[in-house]
Design a protein around this ligand. Structure first.
Ligand SMILES: *Cc1c(COP(=O)(O)O)cnc(C)c1O
Length: 238
């Protein structure tokens, strides 16, 4: 990994995404690769941008603020993919194009309010993170609470609810993630039908299981390690 460049990694990933899409009878144009740049410096983001990548994901508002100087002027889309504390919602609403990890209504309301106050006319895109497996440690909204949350969020004027996101438990065997990905797609299909709304986005799949996620309908895959290399020591809260 250390000797391959970000550009090489990106090419290889694009090939793997296309192959997985083909296996599922899908077009690779339906799938957006989000490069997860957490713990990597702004230079790495630039390198990926120069190689053609246009979507990036970060976990923490503060870490992202620290990289701003190094990425000025890049015409990319920035996604917040980590858990967002509500006291950072206003900052996040200014810095990101999309908050992919909304998991409760008070947070959604804060984002909505921050957007109106910021004077930005465009709505901010959000995804609801779903707690897809009965696992203690993960964040996300409970499946039982999802329909009510969707109904309330679609009513907020400054938010554009685009779909759902999940992080299944890590398993050595990536096939174990498949039922969780499938479940997220089924949940999305059910909600879209029931509420007569379009929820086009399914953000699911990371470095070790994105191909399985694509086979199950992912429209966005969030890939860190396979693009930027292994991360150094994790900071608390990641
Ligand atoms: C870190 C992270 C990723 C990327 O993980 P890799 O295994 O390095 O690809 C994707 N999504 C979320 C929410 C993350 O925190």
């Amino acid at each position: 990994m250390a000797t391959t460049s970000i550009r090489d990694n990106l090419l290889r990933l694009e090939e793997r995404i296309s192959a997985a899409a083909r296996r599922a009878g899908r077009s690779s144009g339906e799938i957006t690769l989000i490069g997860v740049s957490k713990t990597h410096p702004a230079e790495a983001i630039r390198e990926a941008y120069d190689a053609g990548l246009r979507h990036f994901g970060e976990n923490r508002v503060q870490e992202w603020e620290g990289k701003q100087a190094g990425i000025q002027g890049l015409g990319a889309k920035w996604h917040l993919i980590g858990h967002l504390q509500s006291n950072k919602a206003a900052r996040a609403a200014k810095l990101f194009h999309s908050i992919d990890s909304v998991d409760d209504f008070p947070l959604a309301e804060r984002l909505d309010r921050a957007r109106s106050e910021s004077g930005v006319t465009e709505r901010i895109r959000v995804l609801i993170e779903v707690h897809i497996a009965k696992e203690e440690a993960k964040s996300g909204t409970a499946i039982e609470e999802l329909p009510a949350l969707v109904e309330k969020i679609v009513a907020l004027p400054k938010l554009e609810l685009a779909g759902l996101m999940c992080i299944p438990p890590f398993a050595e065997n990536r096939e174990e993630a498949r039922p969780h990905f499938r479940r997220l797609r089924e949940l999305r299909d059910g909600l879209a039908k029931r509420l007569a709304c379009v929820l086009p986005v399914l953000s699911m799949g990371m470095s070790h299981d994105f191909e399985v996620a694509i086979e199950e309908g992912a429209t966005e895959v969030r890939v860190g390690t396979a693009l930027f290399g292994t991360r150094g020591t994790m900071k608390a809260g990641q």
